[in-house]
Design a protein around this ligand. Structure first.
Ligand code: ATP
Ligand code: MG
Length: 580
């Protein structure tokens, strides 16, 4: 085997030839580590003053001054800061530092360019491992071939030259995590990019981790209220669920995610927004929106913008997920938005092509499925024994001309527990949020709804389905009988009721009262234009004159028949005296 032949040669580099005693010690060391029969050769070199460097195959043992300095430097880099005071900690680190004869594997850069390097000589590097290049440039192993390794670089590749050395770190890619990240905007490696200073992290988590096992999970049964009427009533999302937001460009996908984040203000749920391949200006805008609506202090924005190299865009969602996992493992609920996974797939494609993978592989459905499934599998509701935390994922996918049958949308539809389908036609007709009621679904469904919402929603979906059908039928009919007309009007009223302005999340009582009132045909006789003002006035009436009903719904999440009747009675009375 080639590998074994390589390893049979050991070389010692030093300025002065080792003494006999030293040679004997080296030989003993090598025999202990690699067995018998390894030849030992001395090579004169001025590159390692004041010590030795031993190479066995691709393993390197550095006893030179330079190597020891590097060890010291590495241990100093990892010194944490305590309240900004670094000196005492530095002193401790230096005092307790002892040089070690570390075995490290050193390879050589064969080619470099476009943020990708191929490296030879690192026989044991593993997939996802971090490699250290000259000048502290870091890279991640992404492709392991017979004689070389493809590695993506996270920093500028300007200083990485062909022939320069590469060291293994033995660590997989990770990001700093912690409470300090709340309220901040960071890049895919956890480095702050909002100009608000350093972030004190509470730990370091691998970017890629296996998803929680079945035993570690419990069923999704607690609602994650988005405050968006059409979603909470018909496609409820539970804590730990994965719900896809899918639609053409400019159909309000991001708006839904942002509204859902804003609605978590008083719901004890942390939000992580991962922006992949977006303009920096859009990310800044989202940060300002969240700040304006008081949602930024419980949110983290992870941004790998369109101008960032493909490797960063590629790991951004995994990094964001690691930050979310930190909180989930502490028993907290987290909402994570991936905006969007289409651009993530594009970044992956760029990466694959640059890594010289065989043509076609970059869009191989199996690979892209694995790309997204291993990300979305990490959303979970943990069992109570391990804290009961959760990650709810809202991945976003952009379609082309409403085509959900392309391979990325179909992949992600099959991975997630449902989808909110947004439609351009509805959006331009003014129906916003442009949720297509027929094509959207939540497979967790009623289990993640409070009893009050479940009861209030009643026949809404069926009524809307009937309305859609009838609308198509009657499109060309000029004169309609009375019953058909009133059914059409009822449907139009319901559609109008589901319209909602951006940044105006609806509370639970608002949604329940509106549903109960509308499904009891209380709005009969109102024109479509009157629907929204009437509902606004009615809710205002309830919140001032019948506060007890609102608090009862919000606090108990229950709706019994008496309460339902009371709401209908009050609404009907109000409707009759409402200015027309
Ligand atoms: P892109 O494909 O560019 O990412 P998108 O699908 O994420 O677009 P948004 O950016 O969320 O869409 O929304 C597009 C526009 O529609 C924005 O200007 C937004 O303000 C507006 N919009 C979205 N939802 C609503 C709403 N419910 N009411 C009014 N305007 C809305
Ligand atoms: Mg968007």
């Amino acid at each position: 085997m080639e590998l074994n032949e390589n390893r049979l040669a050991a070389k010692i580099y030093s300025a002065v030839a080792p003494s006999e005693e030293q040679s004997a010690r080296f030989a003993k060391f090598i025999e202990k580590k690699y067995g018998e029969g390894v030849s030992l050769e001395w090579i004169e070199s001025d590159a390692f003053p004041g010590g030795f460097r031993l190479e066995v195959g691709s393993d390197v043992y550095d006893w030179s001054v330079g190597g020891r300095f590097r060890q010291l430097r590495d241990s100093l880099v990892s010194v944490p800061t305590a309240n900004g005071n670094i000196i005492p900690l530095l002193k401790d680190t230096i005092k307790s530092w002892t040089p070690e004869a570390l075995a490290e594997q050193v390879g050589e850069v064969k080619t470099v360019g476009d943020g990708i390097a191929t490296v030879s000589g690192l026989d044991y590097a593993t997939y996802g491992e971090i490699l250290l290049f000259a000048d502290g440039v870091r890279g991640m192993v992404q492709d392991i071939r017979a004689n070389e390794i493809g590695c993506v670089l996270f920093n500028d590749d300007e200083n990485v030259a062909q022939g320069s050395s590469v060291r293994r770190t033995g660590k997989t890619a990770g990001v700093p995590v912690g409470e300090g990240f709340l309220g901040r905007v960071v890049d895919a490696l956890g480095v702050p990019i909002d100009g608000l200073g350093e972030i004190e992290s509470s730990g370091y988590m691998p970017v890629e981790t296996p998803a929680p096992s079945i035993i570690d999970r419990q069923p999704v049964d607690t609602p994650l209220e988005t405050g968006i009427f059409s979603i909470d009533s018909m496609f409820p999302i539970g804590r730990g669920q994965r719900e896809l937001i899918i639609g053409d460009r400019q159909t309000g996908k991001t708006a839904i995610a942002v509204d859902a984040m804003i609605n978590q203000n008083d719901k004890n749920c942390i939000c992580v927004y991962v922006a992949i391949g977006q303009k920096t200006s859009s990310v800044v805008q989202i940060q300002q929106t969240l700040k304006k609506h008081g949602a930024m202090d419980h949110s983290i924005i992870v941004s790998a913008s369109a101008s960032d190299p493909a490797p960063l865009q590629y790991i951004a969602p995994y990094a964001g997920c690691a930050m979310a996992e930190y909180f989930m493992n502490k028993g907290k609920d987290v909402l994570i938005v991936y905006d969007d996974l289409s651009k993530h797939a594009v970044a992956y494609r760029a990466l694959s092509l640059l890594l010289d993978r065989s043509p076609g592989r970059e869009a191989y459905p199996g690979d892209v499925f694995y790309l997204h499934s291993r990300l979305l599998e990490r959303a979970a509701r943990l069992s109570d024994e391990i804290g009961g935390g959760s990650i709810t994922a809202l991945p976003i996918v952009e379609t082309q001309a409403g085509d959900v049958s392309a391979y990325i949308p179909t992949n992600i539809i099959s991975i997630t527990d449902g989808q909110i389908f947004l439609e351009s036609d509805l959006f331009f007709a003014g129906q916003r949020p442009a949720v297509n009621v027929g094509l959207s679904v939540s497979r967790v469904g009623g289990a993640a709804q409070t009893k009050a919402m479940k009861k209030a929603t009643g026949t809404l979906r069926i009524d809307l389905a009937q309305y859609r059908e009838m609308e198509v039928f009657t499109q060309f009919a000029s004169d309609l009988d009375e019953q058909t007309r009133s059914q059409l009007e009822y449907g139009q009223g319901l559609m109008r009721m589901l319209r909602q302005k951006q940044y105006h999340p609806k509370s639970q009582h608002e949604q329940v009262i509106t549903l109960v009132m509308a499904l009891a045909h209380t709005m009969k006789g109102l024109t479509v234009e009157q629907v929204t003002p009437f509902i606004e006035d009615l809710i205002g009436e309830f919140e001032t004159a019948h506060q007890d009903i609102c608090t009862r719904i919000d606090s108990t999440g229950m709706l019994d028949d008496d309460l339902k009747k009371e709401i209908i009675d009050i609404s009907t009375e109000y409707r009759n005296k409402w200015k027309m």
